[in-house]
Design a protein around this ligand. Sequence first.
Ligand code: TXA
Ligand code: MG
Length: 320
Amino acid sequence: MSSNREDIERAAAALKRGELVAFPTETVYGLGADARSPEALRKLYEVKGRPVNHPVIVHLGSTDWIERWAMPEPRAARLAEQYWPGPLTLILNRRPETPDQVTGGQDTVGLRMPNHPLALELLKEFGDGLAAPSANRFGRVSPTTAEHVRQDLGDDIQHILDGGPCQVGVESTIVDLSGPTARVLRPGAITESELQAHLQGSSESENREIRAPGTLKSHYAPKAKAELLSTERLNSRMQELLNKGVQVAVWSRQKPEEKGSFRWKRAETDPVAYTRNLYSTLRELDELGAEVILIERPPKKEAWLAALDRLQRASYSTPT
Ligand code: TXA
Ligand code: MG
């Protein structure tokens, strides 16, 4: 059931009282808290089970709100004009009054304006920034439906807005503009090449060094053990596991011809569709009760980079 105007007003009022509200964005569902309330932020970290020195992204209802949180930055204004509302987070030098709880005690703050009608309505009704990490427990697969949020956090939060399944399916691209060289810290739907094209021609031309380092290596993990394998390796690994009597689920473009009993999920060949379904597929495969999930590695092309990054984190414990 989709949330309506009344739900939004109730949710905004709850946020003003310092309560938490889960809401849809175009990327994944977020767990929102008043970004200026130390008490609300404390609750947020507690429910997520997240270390307090991890910064959270402040979600904005308008590009005009940037200056309430960050120091002026011409590259930010350009990128916001081009991509907001949309799946892009800007890391900027913070204003002195921006609370330490959202910055993790750093001098920078992450800002983004999400592209989802419910999120934007909620932000406008609330009137200021909402801190919103993905609405899952720390280290688990991010939620892309309201039902996923209910399963993970339903016992701890009163308000979950339902805006249907997320269209992008993985978290926003994060670009750090706090120094002279722009750097992609997390790949997402907006690619490094697109960002470079928009930053070129600005007085800042050092953007060649944009790169995508991982911060925490194991993240977004399903409960089953996930292995990310080349197409060539997939069949032999599968036979190895089946011979040992291991329950296997396979996520690949073509159904393996191996003998034995296993669950199979067809992988999309289009990167946008694949990425949109990535987290829900990991959950689905997990719920089949497989001990090991074998995932065929997607192509090494820029359009697949966001998906590949999440799969690498989900399969960190892979021995091969
Ligand atoms: O798509 C998204 O960005 C989703 C939706 C809900 O908007 N949000 C999200 O938030 O992914 P979260 O908290 O799960 O991830 C935020 C990441 C952190 O892991 C952190 O690395 C980075 O953003 N981040 C936030 N503020 C930062 C800062 N000041 N400096 C460096 N990294 C920062
Ligand atoms: Mg997250």
